[in-house]
Design a protein around this ligand. Structure first.
Ligand code: COA
Length: 163
């Protein structure tokens, strides 16, 4: 589909990042829910609500017309209101999504690497995420250095030590 570029996410990207959060929640087409139902679900909307909050950072991929095609970002959660991939105070948790027509072309991996660089620049040494084991995205995470540190019924919490 041609080339893409990556830039830091801004406050104006909130709507598109919401779209990518919906893509992440709807990774399994057989269980897909409408956008409004997903973003009304606090377990999902907590990843984007109020973007950007202090400590948030992320990247957006753009096509050759500067149209957003994917996003990855990280947010810190407190221990009394943890995200699904919470591992410790101060370890940001990732969200990643790519537009369906742009998948399997390196955008997801490039976004993951971009956010890792942002995390390092912000002084972090680890990143975490939660992924369902049936989602091939887990293989991408393994290949980028993520290891499973906790398994629940259908999903794993994974952590990468970044450098
Ligand atoms: C998961 C996702 C972000 C990956 O982004 P992407 O741009 O498609 O991934 P990339 O092209 O960078 O590919 C990453 C790896 O996954 C592999 N891959 C890509 N599509 C695949 C598919 N349909 N099945 C199996 N493996 C696949 C690629 O082969 C690649 O590995 P390689 O570099 O060794 O070839 C994207 O597919 C997506 O948005 N999925 C829906 C949302 C989602 O599941 N988000 C994650 C929730 S935890």
């Amino acid at each position: 589909m041609g080339g893409f570029e990556i830039r830091s996410a801004t406050p104006a990207d909130a709507r598109f990042m919401g779209d990518m959060l919906v893509e992440a929640a709807n990774w399994s087409v057989s269980r897909a829910r409408p956008r409004v139902a997903i973003l009304d679900d606090p377990k999902v909307s907590r990843y984007i609500a109020g973007w950007p909050r202090p400590g948030d950072f992320g990247s957006v991929a753009l096509d050759s017309h500067s149209i957003p095609i994917g996003a990855c970002w990280a947010r810190l959660f407190p221990p009394n209101a943890p995200g699904s991939g919470f591992v410790a105070v101060g370890v940001p948790e990732l969200t990643l999504g790519v537009n369906p027509q742009w998948r399997a072309q390196g955008v997801g991996r490039a976004l993951l690497k971009a956010v890792t660089r942002q995390a390092l620049a912000a002084g972090h040494s680890r990143l975490s995420l939660s992924v369902e084991r049936a989602n091939f995205a887990q293989r991408l995470y393994v290949s980028e250095g993520y290891v499973t540190i906790e398994s629940r019924e259908a999903s794993d919490t994974m952590v990468a030590t970044i450098r």
